[in-house]
Design a protein around this ligand. Structure first.
Ligand SMILES: NC(=O)c1ccc[n+]([C@@H]2O[C@H](COP(=O)([O-])OP(=O)(O)OC[C@H]3O[C@@H](n4cnc5c(N)ncnc54)[C@H](OP(=O)(O)O)[C@@H]3O)[C@@H](O)[C@H]2O)c1
Length: 201
């Protein structure tokens, strides 16, 4: 969140952070020495004409800066803080797009797949310091990002509740809605979702 003034919740101390800016991430880390739970939620999406869109490379660079390099940057910065505070946990907010690329979201999907790979490596590495790393996958949610999209969306409050429940259960991956379950379950079948998506997907 880049504008702390946009948050007015009792008991919450907003801290400015731009995950695409190393100096901003370091400054946030310096302010937050008591962190025990890091949620890499910051994310952007850009719609392209498809995989052959000449603008795709520029979009991909922009998206990767936040959705992939941002996750790496913030995780690397806060991992020592979590470790110093007893281990704690990281939740990386991913997507059903981790395993299924809609052409108009080619770059977004690629960035989520990349972030999933990073999450899996991070999990193994941070076991040593007792930091639990949870990947949260979810299909469309009703947030600002999807405003105006006429499609079924889940309630982000329920998604957050599922994620926290999974964290408390010591899990490492949570599929927070039916869509992400359907996509992941299909991967080992001949009709895998990424190979033969339903017409409306
Ligand atoms: N909505 C969906 O259908 C859906 C589905 C699956 C996964 N996700 C994932 O869920 C996460 C949250 O998305 P959302 O749906 O809540 O989107 P959103 O309503 O657009 O919110 C995105 C949030 O990310 C922050 N952000 C973006 N770039 C940032 C940066 N460089 N540094 C710091 N903060 C930054 C934004 O803060 P600013 O106020 O600074 O812009 C905003 O708070 C994302 O990772 C997204 O990919 C969303």
């Amino acid at each position: 969140m880049r504008d702390p003034n946009s948050i007015a919740l009792p008991g919450v101390i907003p801290v400015k952070i731009d995950v695409s800016d190393p100096a901003s991430v370091s400054a946030a880390e310096a302010h937050c020495g008591d962190v025990t739970l890091l949620i890499n939620n910051a994310g952007i999406a850009r719609v392209n004409a498809g995989a052959l869109d000449p603008a795709l490379i520029d979009s991909a660079r922009e998206i990767f800066e936040t959705n992939f390099y941002g996750v790496i940057r913030v995780s690397q910065s806060f991992a020592p803080v979590l470790s110093a505070n007893g281990g704690g946990a990281i939740i990386n907010v991913l997507s059903d797009a981790t395993w299924f690329a809609r052409p108009m979201l080619t770059a977004y999907s690629a960035a989520k797949s990349a972030a999933w790979g990073f999450t899996n490596a991070l999990r193994i590495e941070l076991r040593e310091s007792g930091t639990q790393v949870l990947a949260l996958h979810v299909g469309f949610m009703a947030t600002d990002l999807t405003k105006g999209l006429e499609i079924e969306k889940s309630d982000p409050r329920q998604v957050a509740a599922h994620a926290l429940e999974a964290l408390e259960d010591g899990r490492e991956e949570v599929l927070a809605d039916e869509q992400s379950n359907v996509v992941k379950r299909s991967l080992s079948t001949e009709q895998a979702y990424d190979l033969k998506p339903p017409a409306m997907a």
